[in-house]
Design a protein around this ligand. Structure first.
Ligand SMILES: [Zn+2]
Length: 209
């Protein structure tokens, strides 16, 4: 099963990808992880990518595509994979389509209000450094060590709004997969387990087709 996961930051997409990966024994592939692995292993592509990252420049699209191609051609992807955070735009979607047929493009969706509510409830402990949340804290302090907590700049509502608008899934990509008949969308408002139940029902349907 070759799966593309789409969705905004804060929708819990990464968490769902992790569960699918375990349950269906498929590698969870993100571009960030591909970059890190290639740089760590000092591959040819990794060296080129690093030269851009070191200069604070964006890695060119062509190189990102090559890295993804190289990754999905590896042995562990023979029976499928979960691509998370790629394709980001229509050019990447078309490139991926030239390499292989995607069985499912699944959008893990969540309304902007809910994302802001979720992300803005995150706190960091100033004492033990653990992330926590308004729900877990005890008497306004870290539930693990009792330390004072603070909100990361990234988790402030006005910053979240900017991140969301920058990283929105492009409608072109959605339309592309709709035309291929492989697009599905679920709403991730419920708790992780309930959201996964929705994901699983879609995956099992695709698997049996
Ligand atoms: Zn703490």
């Amino acid at each position: 099963m070759k799966i593309v996961l789409l969705g905004p930051v804060g929708s819990g997409k990464g968490t769902q990808a992790g569960i699918i990966s375990k349950e269906y024994n498929l590698p969870h592939i993100s571009t960030g992880e591909i970059f890190r692995t290639n740089i760590k292993n000092e591959t040819e592509l990794g060296k080129i990518a690093k030269s851009y990252i070191d200069k604070g420049e964006l890695v060119p699209e062509e190189l990102t595509n090559k890295l993804v191609e190289d990754r999905i051609n590896q042995e562990d992807c023979k029976n499928g994979f979960i691509l998370d955070g790629y394709p980001r735009n229509i050019e990447q979607a078309k490139f991926l389509d030239s390499l292989t047929n995607i069985d499912l493009a699944l959008m893990i969706d969540l309304s902007e209000d809910k994302i802001i509510e979720r992300l803005s409830s995150r706190r960091m402990c100033s004492k033990c450094g653990q992330p926590t949340s308004l729900e877990w804290m005890v008497d306004g302090k870290c539930e693990k060590c009792g330390g004072d907590v603070y909100t990361r700049d990234d988790d402030k509502p006005e910053v979240i709004k900017v991140r969301l608008s920058k990283q929105a899934v492009s409608q072109n990509v959605i339309d592309f997969y709709k035309q291929k008949g492989v697009f599905s969308k679920i709403d991730a408002t419920d708790v992780v387990e309930d959201t996964y139940a929705l994901v699983k029902s879609i995956l099992d349907k695709v698997n049996n087709d």
